[in-house]
Design a protein around this ligand. Structure first.
Ligand code: BES
Ligand code: MN
Ligand code: ZN
Length: 501
């Protein structure tokens, strides 16, 4: 889809559809008032008759509105004006694009981006409008034999800004929004692929693809032998249960001065998690194809950085393996030596994410990172604690934690911090190795992070547990593209921080 910004009054738009917002109690937005005036009270008449309540997300398509140059006017309910917030904005944008896509309109001018929103500026609204629209038109049908594509989908969305002076900045916001949305699309596409297609080598191939599109990226892919030489005993142990060998994928994006230390993103890339010998129960096991959601978000973030040419240095590292039960798989009780030299007793082969991540986290020291953020669908316990609304976050450095929390609020891709107190560490005690890979049922998300914390002491680090947020279950099953918006907000915030110094 194409996006652009424009300023101008709605009655003058020669387009297939003009989209305007209406609040509760017949309160018309500025654009709706303009349409009402031009059409001699067409909108207010209709409201008076009670044809449109304007609950958040309600829509009504109008045709042949008097004195308008456009073919259609789409009314979108925005709820109570005083309660119009980021959540309502998302709902309104999605409802509008759904209707537009169903209608025959191929182009639309939306005035929703002009509505005042507490705490968010035009820049935010434009970016968000694009992300929301891409969200509602997304479908994953590449593996269906009959592609049921819309016959006349929306092709061009023009986002209105209040004055001509807003145009130059608006254009930048469009570029940023499109970059983030295209990163999210990549994240969703990769995550939605089934395990029989998306294997560790497939992810490696994606890195090579990305380099083709953005030649400035530097990529390297480590195979089993190279990991052997580095002593990555934990990552290799997970991979050994599968005929599809593990990969460590490294992608370096350099958008800033060479001397600037990079932000390193580490993604869990378990392309399918059966649990291994500690086999999972069958129910919803198909969803374990999403166990590479962290890796997919690293791809998405790097793509977005490349697309918007963000002036930052960012390194993406993906620890990829398939967790299968097999003659060569690890057994409960096995002891492995990690790249750090620390030994681990694998008491449960289903706690494999931390095993692949710990070696990647040791490996990334070589990049002399400013900060390291790992992203992982790590624990079912995180879904119990936070559900689908917030990702879990644990960190060994409170300024980093606070930056991420703010970025989560700003991007509406929210996280919630859990404590990384030493008190929890003893749950990992082992009688036979330095420590175990599980810490029992209490505080499962925290003990998983405690495990990782033993490999991240030399740098500032945060861990994002996205088990509840990376995909939706049920009828709407599908990847969400999270936490790409959060990661990009964080990176963009840092970039503008650095521009100041
Ligand atoms: N990938 C799972 C976590 C998960 C489960 C994410 C369900 C989303 C939905 C992870 O590898 C895992 O199996 N974790 C175990 C850890 C336990 C054995 C300590 C879990 O959460 O049950
Ligand atoms: Mn597991
Ligand atoms: Zn897993």
């Amino acid at each position: 889809m194409e996006y652009s910004v424009k300023s101008g009054s709605p009655e003058k738009q020669r387009t297939s559809c003009v989209v305007i917002g209406i609040f509760h109690n017949r309160r018309l937005s500025t654009a709706a008032k303009a349409v009402d005036k031009a059409s001699d009270g067409y909108i207010s008449n209709l409201m008076r008759r009670g044809d449109f309540e304007a609950d958040t997300g309600d829509t009504l398509m109008l045709f042949q509105v008097p004195n308008m140059l456009c073919d259609r006017v789409l009314l979108v309910g925005c709820g109570k004006e005083r309660e119009f917030d980021a959540r309502a904005f998302d709902k309104v944008m999605r409802a509008a694009s759904e209707q537009l896509n169903k209608s025959g309109a191929t182009e639309a001018v939306t005035y929703i981006t002009e509505l005042a929103l507490k705490g968010h500026d035009t820049d935010w609204k434009i970016r968000r409008a694009i992300i929301d629209t891409e969200e509602s038109v997304y479908s994953f049908n590449q593996l269906k034999s009959k592609k049921s594509d819309q016959r006349r989908p929306l092709k061009r969305l023009i986002l209105s800004v209040a004055t001509r002076r807003d145009l130059p900045l608006g254009e930048i916001s469009v570029r940023e929004g499109m970059a983030i949305a295209s990163g999210m699309r990549l994240t969703k596409d990769l995550a939605n692929l089934p395990g029989n297609i998306c294997k560790p080598e497939y992810l490696a191939e994606q890195a090579r693809f990305l380099k083709k599109a953005y030649p400035d990226l530097k990529i390297s892919i480590l195979d089993e032998q190279e990991m052997e030489e580095l002593g990555m005993g934990a990552l290799l142990a997970v991979g050994r249960g599968s005929v599809n060998p593990p990969r460590l994928i490294v992608m370096e994006y350099r958008g800033a001065d060479k001397k600037q230390k990079p932000v390193v993103l580490v993604g869990k890339g378990i392309t399918f998690d059966t649990g291994g010998i500690s086999l999972k129960p069958g129910e919803a096991m198909d969803e374990m194809k999403y166990d590479m959601g962290g890796a997919a978000s690293v791809f998405g973030a790097l793509k977005a950085c490349s697309e918007m040419q963000l002036p930052m240095n960012v390194v993406g590292v993906i620890a990829s393996a398939e967790n299968m039960p097999d003659g060569n798989a690890s057994r409960p009780g096995d002891i492995v030596t990690t790249m750090s030299g620390q030994t681990v007793e694998i008491l449960n082969t289903d706690a494999e994410g931390r095993l692949v991540l710990c070696d990647a986290l040791t490996y990334v020291k070589k990049f002399d990172p400013e900060v390291v953020i790992d992203i992982a669908t790590l624990t079912g316990a995180c879904i119990i604690a936070l559900g689908a609304h917030a990702s879990g976050m644990l960190s060994n450095h409170s300024p980093l934690a606070n930056d991420l929390i703010s970025a989560g609020k700003a991007s509406f891709d929210r996280i919630w911090e859990l404590p990384l107190w030493d008190d929890y560490q003893e749950q990992l005690d082992s009688n036979f190795a330095d420590f175990a890979n599980i810490g029992g049922r209490p505080a499962g998300t925290i003990t998983a992070a405690c495990f990782l914390a033993r490999f991240t002491q030399k740098y500032h680090w945060a861990h994002l547990d996205i088990a509840g947020t990376a995909w939706k279950s049920g009828k709407e099953k599908g990847a969400t593209g999270r936490p790409v918006p959060l990661l990009m907000q964080y990176l963009m915030d840092r970039a503008s921080e650095q521009a100041k110094t």
